[in-house]
Design a protein around this ligand. Structure first.
Ligand code: SF4
Length: 307
């Protein structure tokens, strides 16, 4: 939008908004009330000063820029069927996808379906999933999950949100991951990265995952929800980190009202980038860009090389 001051431009952010303290999320004041739709409050990251149409346009512009940056974005948990994705997602609580991916080959070789999981020996299951943390609680959840799938759903993972959220250890986030990626049903996955970035982008002011989901859903067509979730999470992991966002090396800086929250010097910001965008990983990035259809496989190979 040349010639105009847009809420998302770095110039606007730098000239009209105080730069929040480093590490602070924008717009998601703890304990803050849920605002009426479209009624923003002052401050970077809010909907203030933007019409719904302008907000939608800016949100979609960000999505397009993220699509250009991450044409290889995908679910970073490895799975071959809805059961595996459901279990992997349950295990991913409080740990990284990389850690989960390291243990799931053995886990699914041993317990390939809900029936096998329901009959698992708790001590053996605990030993396999231990690296993911909270392994006692997760073991209980997986045993209960297997039993409930067998008892209520004939051992088959249901493809409806209202059924999925009745399963032990499964909330809306997990349900949306499974629906979007194993069933092709559009879903917005609000994890810690998605919530943080949605606030920084000014798409929501809320800390509540359900409210964030509904605020963001208003801005995009359902067909975009699943890939949008992957791209935003990719961006949160690689560029827009919780503590040190790399604003100076960010592909959506032009449309982000929170520009300036992190390092703005391009050379210094580039050093903050992670995974395939990190300095020294140009070969991996080139491979991902050249073979987007093999992105999950390429990622798995690169993760296996990491000790
Ligand atoms: S890294 Fe990018 S998305 Fe994150 S706050 Fe900075 S400009 Fe905005």
């Amino acid at each position: 939008m040349p010639g105009t001051t847009v809420p998302g431009s770095p110039t606007a952010a730098a000239s009209t908004a105080a730069v929040p303290a480093s590490g602070a999320d924008v717009g998601g004041a703890p304990g803050g009330g849920v605002p009426a739709k479209g009624a923003g409050t002052a401050g970077a990251g809010s909907r203030s000063g933007e019409s719904t149409l302008a907000l939608k346009r800016r949100a979609r512009r960000i999505n397009r820029a993220l699509a250009e940056q991450y044409p290889y974005a995908h679910a970073e948990l490895d799975f071959r069927n809805p059961f595996e994705l459901l279990v992997a997602t349950v295990l991913s609580a409080q740990t990284t996808d990389v850690t989960v991916n390291l243990i799931t080959p053995l886990l699914f070789a041993r317990y390939p379906d809900a029936r096998a999981m329901a009959e698992a020996d708790a001590a053996e299951l605990e030993a396999i999933i231990k690296p993911t943390g909270f392994f006692r609680a997760k073991t209980k959840n997986l045993l209960a999950l297997g039993n409930r799938l067998v008892d209520e759903f004939d051992g088959v993972v249901p493809g409806r949100l209202e059924d999925l959220v009745t399963l032990p250890g499964v909330g809306r986030k997990t349900a949306n991951v499974v629906l979007g990626n194993a069933f092709g049903i559009p879903g917005i996955t609000v994890d810690t990265h998605f919530g943080r970035l949605a606030r920084r982008f000014g798409w929501t002011e809320s800390d509540d995952p359900v409210r964030i989901e509904s605020d963001v859903a208003e801005l995009f067509e359902p067909r975009d929800w699943t890939m949008l979730s992957h791209r935003v999470v990719f961006h949160g992991r690689r560029v827009c980190h919780s503590r040190k966002p790399a604003c100076g090396a960010c592909a959506v800086a032009n449309w982000c009202p929170s520009f300036g929250l992190g390092e703005t010097d391009p050379a210094k910001a580039a050093k903050l980038l992670k995974y395939e965008l990190a300095p020294g990983n140009e070969q991996l990035l080139g491979k991902l860009l050249a073979e987007t259809h093999r992105a999950a496989e390429i990622r798995m190979e690169s993760q296996r090389r990491v000790p």
